[in-house]
Design a protein around this ligand. Structure first.
Ligand SMILES: [Zn+2]
Ligand SMILES: [Zn+2]
Length: 370
């Protein structure tokens, strides 16, 4: 079958809207009619060449939800008509990490920038007959996609699919970082540097955990205004020394219990580290461009202050457990999802959506399909 898709072809160029051929699903795969896909910054890093992928053309898009159209004969627990959220790390189910329920650490994870499906072959071809990859084994910037069952989680049909898409990446990344990585406790103080798709969800994750001081930091005053709606108690400028000074001022000179680095770790990690109190946590949720090989943190300072610097992918919890849990929190009114969407776009307007993200206009832009 043919499907319209937004292809990454060349670093620095806009996505190319093309009709591509999509093969039928293999035995463990399913065809999904994509209903909504979020415009996450990670795809922008690919377009800019800051996050290298192994092949082109490639269909980007990894924050997607849709409706299952057909399933291969070996697919278990997923049927045509089911609503699914697609996960940007597949849970193979058999590696040592998946066996422990830690699907966010799946051994197949490092392959998500390669392009082929989980079985190593491609399901897509362009008009010239060339293989087309799928970013994160999803390729969500398309009307239809074929994914392995390891990349799909069935969700309840009463959840609007544009909101379901959000819990594929940004929401679990942020909320989970607070709940499952830092394990924020009631009464704790938190700093969130960068209030975009991840950071705004760290803010609401910290609120869910009962943090009483939630300091939002950004260079964009509009994002800071919005952060108050999501639970921020204080707002500060996120630039360097000013950030550290202002956060220390707000925390009786000792710093926060937990700092979250949600944008550009190359410039924000050290100021955030210095705004964190002794024995506190510094959690990195953001991607650093491949070209940045190291970030300076004085080793003696790390030793003496006894702080922990840690990474968090997918909110440090299996998406298989976390996604249904987040949707329950949405249903109970404890988690904001609709408020995260700034604007929706058609697939043909996707490049405008990324221009708006770069201009700081969007918390989350979402491509929706009729
Ligand atoms: Zn993402
Ligand atoms: Zn695995």
């Amino acid at each position: 079958m043919n499907t319209l898709a937004a292809l990454f072809r060349t670093v620095g160029a806009p996505l190319s809207i093309e009709t591509i051929a999509l093969d039928a699903p293999k035995p463990t795969e399913l065809t999904v009619r994509v209903a909504a896909v979020g415009l996450c910054r990670t795809d922008l890093h690919v377009m800019r060449g800051e996050r290298r992928v192994a092949m082109s053309p490639m269909v980007l898009g990894h924050e997607a939800a849709g409706v299952v159209e057909s399933v291969g004969p070996a697919v278990q627990g997923i049927a045509p008509g089911d609503h699914v959220v697609l996960t940007f790390i597949p849970g193979c189910g058999v590696c040592r990490w998946c066996a422990k329920g830690l699907h966010h650490l799946c051994a197949e994870g490092p392959r998500i920038t390669q392009g082929p499906q989980l079985d190593g072959t491609c399901r897509r071809k362009d008009a010239h007959g060339k293989d087309v990859g799928a970013f994160c084994m999803i390729g969500g910037f398309a009307e239809r996609t074929v994914v392995d069952q390891a990349s799909a989680i069935v969700v309840d049909k009463d959840i609007p699919l544009d909101l379901a898409a959000l819990v594929a990446c940004g929401v679990p990344a942020g909320v989970g970082a607070a709940r499952h990585r830092a394990k924020v406790k009631a009464g704790d103080s938190v700093l969130v540097v960068g209030c975009g798709g991840d950071g705004m969800n760290v803010v609401q994750g910290a609120r869910l955990c009962g943090a009483t001081t939630i300091i939002a930091a950004d260079i964009n005053p509009d994002k800071l205004d919005l952060a108050r709606d999501f639970g921020a108690t204080h707002c500060v400028d996120s630039r360097g020394d000013v950030l550290t000074r202002d956060v220390l001022h707000l925390t009786e000179g000792i710093g926060v219990n937990h700092a979250f680095v949600c944008i550009d770790p190359a410039t924000t990690l050290l100021p955030a580290f210095r705004a964190t109190q002794k024995a506190g946590n510094v959690v990195v949720t953001a991607i650093t461009p491949d070209t940045v090989k190291s970030i300076d943190v004085p080793p003696l300072e790390l030793f003496a202050t006894q702080k922990a610097i840690m990474g968090a992918v997918y909110g440090f919890m299996s998406p298989r457990l976390q996604i249904p849990e987040l949707l329950r929190l949405y249903r109970s009114g404890d988690l904001k999802l609709r408020e995260l969407i700034t604007k929706t776009y058609s697939l043909s307007d996707i490049n405008q959506g990324y221009e708006d993200l770069e201009a700081g206009k969007n918390l989350r832009g979402v491509v929706t399909f009729d």
